[in-house]
Design a protein around this ligand. Structure first.
Ligand code: NDP
Length: 479
């Protein structure tokens, strides 16, 4: 029997957003035509074409970098920190004022549920700008010097388009750098709305430049000789290519790459709370989360009970229209990502794991994948090793804390981990032994601008957020 309660539809109106038929590039404070071709961005929940967007060529990227350099030399690096802070505060306030518009646009372009865009993405974006506005006139107390690096080239992915933009732009600007940022090909619209917000805030021209495009545009930014710092979030494969591309140059680099986090549930954990944490860990944002708790490690003695309650909870997840306020799981961001999730799920079955998907009716159009869990997974299985980046959970069991640590650390990644237990001492001892940049205790996927975030091993290097996030945009204390 399905336990799903029937709710009346509660759709958010999209009338608040004004999507233009086509968009140019944002260079030197203005929207300009690109010299290259263009591409379409679609609503992944309906496959409706939303807009035609310019694909920045090498020449366009060069223009953007020149604008950023001019703004850096003439205005931004010379401006007192307290003045830069005023612009960041102004941007943060406008983000709050236009929060509903940003949330609806993010949901339409990305496929994420409006409830998440409204309650998580947009408030955290504003919080980032507020937080780094506070640092702009206090850099001398942070311990990394006060000299900015210059022009930052920033390339971001599609899973949290506006939030990743904030993680990149807010600390860069606070430290006195100017930026050229490329949003992902499938989710350019909120970055372009952010460009309008920069105009509204009277940000000096050239301080923020937004160039849309695909991998080639990203490559042009990363390899541009006048870019001083590269900040990238995305796949480990592209991250490695970027590290190779900048090797031997003077460029500074931070990479925030993939993950395969272990979410570890001990037998003394409050099971219902842990089940909520497991669901949040892997089904939040359709599992398109680099720090997703995609490997559940559950203590053998409670495995059956946890699985029974987890499946019961998964059957209540509402999958569908991202603009419906009751939706828990929205659309997969693109046809390519859906194909990848399907392929790895088939591999999981072929390798012998047992697949269970929540019973739900998926819409006829758009890209959808039912919340899925695999049991009987062994460490050698591809679904236990590779980032699926979708709503798919792989479950393994363990008997002792030592076995949990060994299995959790048996991955090339090291971005995050979760520990569920009643014992504080066990939390501390696990956190010390887990090779992960973030360890959540009795919670998961909590983000705060004051807290640093970043990886070990193939999850990348450098930290974003908090005081540590300033280090990536300053020359250092002895410069
Ligand atoms: P990518 O790493 O390809 O994309 C991230 C960003 O880099 C995008 O803006 C992309 O452009 C750009 N890019 C692509 N190639 C280059 C290059 N050579 N030089 C500079 N920039 C480049 O991720 P995908 O979107 O292709 O996703 C592939 C897989 O990566 C996913 O299935 C998922 O597993 C993982 N992923 C992980 C993320 C994380 O946060 N850990 C985030 C996103 C993806 P374009 O828009 O054309 O792709």
């Amino acid at each position: 029997m399905s336990r799903t309660l029937e709710y009346a539809p509660a759709p958010e109106s999209r009338a608040i957003v004004d999507i233009k038929p086509s968009y140019g590039l944002f260079v030197n404070g203005e929207f300009v035509d690109g010299t290259g071709t263009s591409f379409k961005t679609v609503n992944p929940a309906t496959e409706e074409v939303l807009a035609e967007v310019a694909e920045a060529s090498e020449a366009d990227v060069d223009n953007a970098v020149r604008a950023a350099r001019r703004a850096y030399d003439r205005v931004w690096s010379r401006m007192p920190g307290a003045e830069r802070a005023k612009y960041l505060y102004r941007i943060a306030r406008i983000i709050q004022e236009r929060g509903r518009e940003l949330a609806v646009l993010e949901s339409i372009d990305n496929g994420k549920p409006i409830g998440e865009a409204r309650d998580v993405d947009v408030p955290t974006v504003a919080a980032h700008f507020f937080y780094y506005a506070g640092w702009a006139d206090k850099l001398k107390y942070a311990g990394y010097g006060t000299t900015p690096l210059g022009v930052a080239g920033q390339v971001i992915p599609w899973n949290f388009p506006l939030l990743m933009l904030a993680w990149k732009i807010a600390p860069a600007l606070a430290c006195g750098n100017t930026v050229v940022l490329k949003p992902a090909e499938t989710t350019p619209l909120t970055a372009l709305l952010f460009a309008e917000i920069c105009q509204q805030a009277d940000l000096p021209p050239g301080v923020v430049n937004i160039v849309t495009g695909a991998g080639d545009t990203g490559r042009a930014i990363v390899s541009h000789p006048d870019v001083d710092k590269v900040a990238f979030t995305g796949s480990t494969e592209v991250g490695k290519a970027i590290a190779r591309a900048v090797a031997g140059s003077q460029k500074r680099v931070t990479l925030e790459l993939g993950g395969k986090a272990a979410n570890i549930v001990f037998d003394d954990a409050p099971i219902d709370q842990a089940v909520e944490g497991i669901v949040n860990g892997i089904f939040f944002n359709q599992g398109h989360v680099c720090c997703a708790g995609s490997r559940l490690l559950v203590q053998e003695s409670v495995a059956d009970e946890v699985m029974a309650r987890l499946k019961r909870r998964m059957a209540t997840l509402r999958v569908g229209d991202p603009l419906d306020k009751n939706t828990d799981v929205g659309a997969i961001n693109s046809a390519e990502q859906l194909a990848k999730i399907r392929e790895l799920s088939e591999v999981g079955e072929a390798e012998g794991a047992e697949r269970w998907s929540a019973p739900c009716d998926l819409p006829a159009n758009g890209y959808w994948f039912a919340p899925t869990v695999f049991t009987g997974v062994s460490q050698a299985h591809r679904i236990a090793r590779e980032e699926i980046f979708g709503p798919v959970l792989s479950v393994l069991t363990f008997r002792t804390p030592a076995e949990a640590v060994e299995k959790a650390n048996n991955t090339p990644f090291g971005l995050s981990a979760g520990v569920w237990t009643d014992k504080g001492s066990r939390i501390l001892s696990m956190a010390n032994r887990l090779r992960a940049g973030v360890v959540w205790a009795n919670t998961f996927n909590k983000f705060d601008p004051t807290s640093p975030f970043g990886g070990y091993k193939e999850s990348g290097y450098g930290r974003e957020g908090g005081r540590h996030g300033l280090e990536a945009y300053l020359k250092g204390a002895d410069q």
